[in-house]
Design a protein around this ligand. Structure first.
Ligand code: AHM
Ligand code: MG
Length: 337
């Protein structure tokens, strides 16, 4: 069987009813190329001298791993010169990264978490890159882009995706016409379409949450998980399985492939923060992918994609995956007032 490459797929999306703009197609190709380079560095591990931490901390006060910084640099360098972007923003940088004046500027904004799942880097467990593309507001054309221009709800995303550096290197992508999966052919160096129209089953018997935080959870989350744990004889009438990889990319990838629910809810350890995960770099792109695959994504009370962001590094509670389970947890939040 003749396989389709990412390039062929994107050209079809450009010619087809999606009418993907040529600049977006090129932009995706450049991001995918950068992910290939990151995957290569990840794969070298100790042989490439890339494991371990740096002295530095990022804007969130987290110690940066060498690969966090390297991945950020690879994405910035790859995307600066192409002419499609007006600016970039990253989980690892305090504020927006403008396109240097000697390069042409485009109308799109690229946001990314360069290497998600940092705690798994040094233990050889799957990690990934998450990205999102927005359009700069029309009134921003011709002037310098500001942080404010990025603060658009997730419904405005033009592209969302992630690269997963696992046993296989994969790229999962949506341009608003469903979710497609590509596997990196390591011999040829090209992304090959291996999954079309990924769909998340509406029901599941598998949940993903960091159980060590149970004592800090809000009552609706505790209620939901306790009911799952009660098994066949409990209110849910079935036994549930649990998985937690601590790399959102890997947990979401499992859910896209066989269903499940992923939760990183607010908890009482940091009462002033709405959650751990970042809205713009993690929750929004993953929510677009999940919704495009027929799943749902909320913060317990509201659809994540509808949230009007107030800050670039805003955090949010995340409940996403199989639709009927996400609806149930959301209902429990509403019942709790
Ligand atoms: P990171 O961006 O610093 O890697 O943090 C995000 C990660 C997610 O990938 C994962 O779901 C979560 O943090 C795991 O958190 P915990 O270590 O509390 O289980
Ligand atoms: Mg990260």
């Amino acid at each position: 069987m003749k396989r389709k490459t990412l390039t062929q797929f994107l050209i079809e999306q450009q010619r087809g009813s999606a009418a993907l703009p040529a600049e977006v197609r090129l932009l995706i190709e450049i991001v995918a190329r950068a992910c290939k380079a990151i995957g290569h560095a990840v794969g070298k591990g100790a042989l490439g001298g890339v494991l371990g931490s740096l002295e530095s901390e990022n804007v969130q006060g987290e110690v940066q791993k060498k690969l966090d910084v390297l991945s950020n640099e690879i994405l910035l360098e790859a995307n600066e010169w192409g002419g499609q972007l007006a600016a970039m923003a990253s989980e690892e940088m305090e504020t927006v990264h403008l396109i240097p004046t000697h390069y042409p500027k485009g109308e799109y904004l690229l946001l990314f978490d360069p290497l998600d799942g940092s705690s798994n880097i040094d233990v050889n467990v799957s990690i990934g890159t998450i990205f999102s593309v927005l359009r700069a507001p029309a009134e921003a054309r011709g002037r310098e882009i500001t942080e404010q221009d990025f603060l658009q709800p997730g419904t405005q995303q033009v592209v969302a995706g992630y690269a997963l550096y696992g046993p296989q290197t994969m790229l999962i992508l949506t341009v608003g016409t469903g979710v497609f999966g590509f596997t990196l052919d390591r011999e040829l160096g090209s992304w090959v379409l291996t999954q079309e129209n990924i769909r998340i089953p509406a029901d599941t018997k598998e949940f993903a949450i960091n159980m060590s935080n149970m004592r800090h959870w809000a009552p609706p989350v505790r209620r939901y998980v306790e009911e799952c744990l009660a098994g066949k004889t409990g209110p849910r009438g079935k036994d549930f399985n649990m998985r937690w990889i601590a790399s959102m990319v890997a947990d979401v990838h499992r859910i896209l492939n066989r269903g499940g629910i992923f939760m990183y809810p607010w908890d009482a350890r940091e009462p002033t923060k709405p959650g751990k995960l970042r809205l713009m770099y993690e929750a929004n792109p993953m929510s677009m992918l999940v919704e495009q695959a027929g799943g749902a994504s909320t913060n317990g009370l509201q659809r994540i994609l509808d949230i009007e962001p107030a800050a670039l590094h805003e955090r949010v509670s995340v409940i996403l995956g199989s639709k009927n389970e996400v609806d149930l947890v959301t209902q429990y939040h509403h019942e709790a007032g």
